[in-house]
Ligand binder design. Structure first.
Ligand code: B16
Ligand code: MG
Length: 217
């Protein structure tokens, strides 16, 4: 029985939420309204298109299709500037410890992210070689909580969905993993990620025996 491990990107491997926030805030300010850190919570794990729809709701702004498309591009251009200088120091604590253990034990590893910028980010922080496959916003048509991203990752790893373990920081991501019948591990707030099979604040709380147990059982 072969196991597969699937990692979300933003909020699990790196904290890019702060850069997404700065780029969305700049756009909101240009459009004449405020966008708070608290409101940015709504954007975690959510596709770029859906984020802009929510942002325009917050600012009570209408947009023509042309404006919508322009703002999507503008936000991403700004976001790319923020992530340009990312390096290994931005990897969240103890993530490499888990990836290294999985690699040493020949466990297939996938990325399952909503981001269309996932691959360059993994490259910048130096973690790309750990991943056997990357499924991201470029490969799926349905956003989390739809299980498409994780089911495709399992398929590409050659592992049955029920033998996959997913690490996720977003409620929609945990729902997607559960809908795919995978083992969901929530990374973040225990009061928020209540649907996850197990929840940890971050990877420093996860010991290798826990990972070993997931592989063997
Ligand atoms: P992009 P994840 C998600 O990453 C972010 O949490 C979310 O805030 C963002 O809107 C989404 O990626 C799309 O990102 O604009 O780079 O395509 O958590 O699914 O790794
Ligand atoms: Mg995330």
């Amino acid at each position: 029985m072969k196991k597969g491990f699937i990692f979300d990107l933003d909020g699990v491997i790196v904290d890019t939420a702060k850069y997404h926030y700065l780029a969305w805030k700049k756009l909101a300010n240009e459009l004449g309204f405020e966008f708070t850190v608290e409101q940015n919570e709504l954007f975690k794990g959510v596709s770029r298109k859906r984020c802009l729809e929510i942002l325009l709701d917050i600012g009570k702004r209408e947009a023509t299709q042309e404006e919508f498309d322009t703002w999507m591009v503008e936000k991403n251009v700004d976001y790319l500037k923020y992530i340009e200088n990312m390096d290994a120091s931005e990897i969240l604590p103890d993530v490499p410890k888990v990836l290294q253990y999985l690699k040493e034990n020949n466990i297939p590893i996938a990325l399952g992210s909503a981001s269309k910028n996932a691959q360059p980010i993994l490259e910048k922080v130096g973690l790309l070689p750990y991943f056997d496959t990357i499924v991201d916003g470029n490969n799926v048509t349905k956003a989390k909580p739809d299980p498409e991203v994780f089911l495709l990752a399992a398929k590409q790893l050659g592992v049955k969905p029920e033998d996959c373990v997913v690490f996720e920081d977003a409620v929609a991501g945990v729902e997607a993993a559960n809908a795919a019948k995978m083992i969901s591990i929530g990374i973040g707030d225990k009061n928020v990620l209540t649907e996850a099979n197990s929840i940890f604040t971050d990877f420093t709380e996860i010991n290798i025996d826990f990972i070993k147990n997931l592989i063997e059982n």
